[in-house]
Every structure is written in structure tokens, then in C-alpha cells.
Design a protein around this ligand. Structure first.
Ligand SMILES: *Cc1c(COP(=O)(O)O)cnc(C)c1O
Length: 376
């Protein structure tokens, strides 16, 4: 059996979790939470990072901070996880889906401007596979039309665009530490606040709408209900686990990159012969090897290879079912323009096993399987 993903233990998780449990503070915002937030701030260069219980929670916070009102439109790809859209729909927002680029499967930046209306409030680029969207163009469009940019950087920790960490380019960014991501605490996330004017409100929204954070810093002498908000904090037990992983983020990423490069090198031959397409990493993007996918000739071929791998115990998987065709996507969102690549590429995509302890023998077996089933 070669699973698609296997959660990785960096080593000190249990030690830190025990420390958190014995510390007398298991609720959020203790030392481990602060260590994680400092780590993110130092490694990404953002002015403020706040841990959340998930990236979904982080996106919901950004929708509140962006003050999305009923009927406000938010431009995003349809080829993404539901939380990208859901966070805004919860505030009455309307996702406006545009097509993706065939090379990176990221939102096609050249289609964004035509989708803007007087109701547009924000653009939400999703950095698929930890490979950056074309942020210079997106930021330029946003500033000319006075729109906010919220980066769904769920898959983007340790990735950069022209030297800038993903999540630090727009007004806000959202990271995920879910079990399936590169750095994980089971469930977990962080909101990155890049515009200092939003820092105070972001702390309030995260703390159930209270100014509890200011109270603990001694800035106010009692805390009270200030604004809308919810409980977005993870407990110290989760933060302890996360900190153990963040300390090893460099080596975890390096190991993933080695595996990614091996797939990429080995599969070049199949691409040269026109059987598959491999991922494209644009100039200026440094990625984190979050996932390795190939694009096959047809949905039928993809599904055939998928079930063959399953029979042999190899965990290959497809990915997003486009949101615009889902029941909730049809109800709450709308499409701008054609969804050609979104529909076509999502049907042909296959993700290969990738986790830090995947052995080279197992990887060779996965590759052998792909080679033999493509030639059938
Ligand atoms: C994983 C993921 C999310 C959700 O992250 P959670 O931490 O599980 O809430 C959102 N968007 C994208 C693009 C993701 O990959």
C-alpha cells in the first residue's frame, strides 16, 4: 500500500503537547500560539499573523474584516475548495467565478477585469498547489478599481512570488495547517493581516468581537463586546503541535521538493511524447511542492488509471469538482465568461502520492504504474 498522503511527525509534537497540557493554560493565545505567530511573522515578513482553528475560519475572518455586505461580489476561481466561496456567502456575498489558466490552474488574471461590476468588493486568488497566482497584475487591477485582495494561501506556506511569501501580498492572506497540508496540526490555520489599519479589528473579530487581546496587553482595564466576531482561536494544544512542525518547515519543504523534482524529471519523457502535461512553475515563483499532479488526455483515461492504481494499492486522487457546477455554487454564485479550462482540466487531473517519508522505492513503483498504464 502506498497512501496518497501520510501525516508527518517532525519529532517534538508530543513533547510540546504535553508541555501545553501541563502548563495550566490550554485555551488559546498562550506561549505556543505566540511562538507560532512570531514564526509566521518572521518567516513571511508580514506585520501580523493570527492563528485560527482552520483556514476556513481565517477566510471567514477576512470576509468580516473586508466588510462584505449582502449582494457584494467577490471574484474567485471555481477550481478551488468550498471554503474559498463559503466564507463570503456566509456574509451574503456572491462568488463570481472566472476561468483558470491552463498552465498553473490558477485564476486567469486576464479575465478578472471584465468580471468587475459596481458591486465587486474583493478578488480572491487561490495559489493552487502552492504556486503563486500572477499577483502583480491582480494587485494592479485591485488598486485601479479600489478592491481588496484576499489570498487563499491555504496551500502556500514556504512558497514565494517574486521573493514575497504567499499570503503577504494582498490585504489579507489565509494559511491552512490541515492534516493534508505541508505543515499540520490536524486542523489549523492562520490569518495574515498585511494592512496595519486592520490589525486591531482582526484581534477583536477573532476574540468573539471583544477587545480581550488589548485587555491582556494592559491597553484597556476591562474587556467588552466591541464588534461582530466569533471564536476563531485554536487551543494551546493545537498550537503546541503546530510549533513542533513549524520548527522543521525548511527540512519538510526540502524533502517534498526532492520528491516533486523526481516526479517531474521522470515524467518529462511522457510529456515529450505528448501523453501527459506536467505542472508549470512560472518565472518568479518558488513553490513548496504541496502537490504533484499530471494532466491526462481525457476523463476516461484519468479514471481508468485512477482505478488501476486503486487496485494496486497506490493512492492517486483527482481534485476539485468545480464550484460553479455544485448545488450551492449554482445557488449562491454566478459565472463570468466561459469555464473551459476549469471544466476540462479538472476532469483530466490526477494527483500522485507525495509526503516526506515516501521512499524512493515506493515513488519508483508509482512512476512505473503511471508509465505502464499510459502505454496500454
Ligand atoms: C485546504 C484548503 C482550504 C481549507 O483549509 P482548512 O484549514 O481545512 O479549513 C481552503 N482553501 C484551499 C485552497 C485549500 O486547499
Amino acid at each position: 500500500m502506498i497512501p496518497f498522503n501520510k501525516p508527518f511527525l517532525a519529532g517534538k509534537e508530543i513533547e510540546y503537547i504535553t508541555e501545553a497540557l501541563l502548563s495550566g493554560q490550554t485555551a488559546g493565545d498562550g506561549d505556543f500560539t505566540k511562538n507560532c505567530q512570531n514564526w509566521i511573522e518572521q518567516h513571511t515578513g508580514c506585520p501580523k499573523a493570527l492563528l485560527t482553528h482552520s483556514c476556513t475560519g481565517a477566510l471567514e475572518m477576512t470576509a468580516i474584516l473586508a466588510d462584505v455586505q449582502p449582494g457584494d461580489e467577490v471574484i474567485m476561481p471555481s477550481y478551488t475548495f468550498v471554503s474559498t466561496a463559503n466564507a463570503f456567502v456566509l456574509r451574503g456575498g456572491v462568488p463570481v467565478f472566472v476561468d483558470i489558466r491552463p498552465d498553473t490552474l490558477n485564476i486567469d488574471e486576464n479575465l478578472i477585469e471584465a468580471a468587475i461590476t459596481p458591486r465587486t468588493r474583493a478578488i480572491v486568488p487561490v495559489h493552487y498547489a502552492g504556486v503563486a497566482c500572477e499577483m502583480d497584475t491582480i494587485m494592479d487591477i485591485a488598486s485601479r478599481h479600489n478592491l481588496l485582495v484576499i489570498e487563499d494561501a491555504a496551500q502556500g506556506i514556504m512558497s514565494t512570488y517574486k521573493g514575497k511569501a504567499l499570503g503577504t501580498i494582498g490585504n489579507f492572506g489565509a494559511l491552512s495547517f490541515h492534516e493534508t497540508k505541508n505543515i499540520t496540526s490536524g486542523e489549523g490555520g492562520a490569518v495574515i493581516v498585511n494592512d496595519p489599519r486592520y490589525i486591531e479589528r482582526s484581534e477583536i473579530v477573532r476574540e468573539k468581537g471583544t477587545n480581550r487581546s488589548q485587555f491582556f496587553r494592559g491597553h484597556v482595564d476591562k474587556y467588552t463586546w466591541m464588534d461582530i466576531g466569533s471564536s476563531f482561536l485554536p487551543s494551546e494544544i493545537i498550537a503546541a503541535c503546530l510549533y513542533a512542525q513549524l520548527e522543521y518547515a525548511e527540512s519538510i519543504t526540502a524533502r517534498r521538493i526532492d520528491i516533486w523534482n523526481e516526479y517531474h524529471r521522470s515524467l518529462a519523457e511522457l510529456e515529450a511524447k505528448g501523453f501527459i502535461s506536467r505542472p508549470v512553475i512560472p518565472d518568479g515563483c518558488r513553490h513548496n511542492a504541496h502537490l504533484y499532479y499530471i494532466l491526462l488526455e481525457s476523463r476516461e483515461q484519468r479514471n481508468r488509471i485512477l482505478s488501476k492504481c486503486k487496485e494496486k494499492g497506490i493512492g492517486t486522487v483527482f481534485h476539485y469538482i468545480p464550484l460553479h457546477n455544485s448545488p450551492a455554487g449554482r445557488k449562491y454564485g454566478r459565472v463570468h465568461g466561459k469555464m473551459t479550462y476549469t471544466e476540462n482540466l479538472s476532469e483530466r487531473l490526477l494527483r500522485l502520492p507525495l509526503w516526506p517519508k515516501l521512499t524512493s522505492e515506493d515513488q519508483a513503483e508509482v512512476l512505473g504504474m503511471i508509465f505502464s498504464s499510459i502505454r496500454e
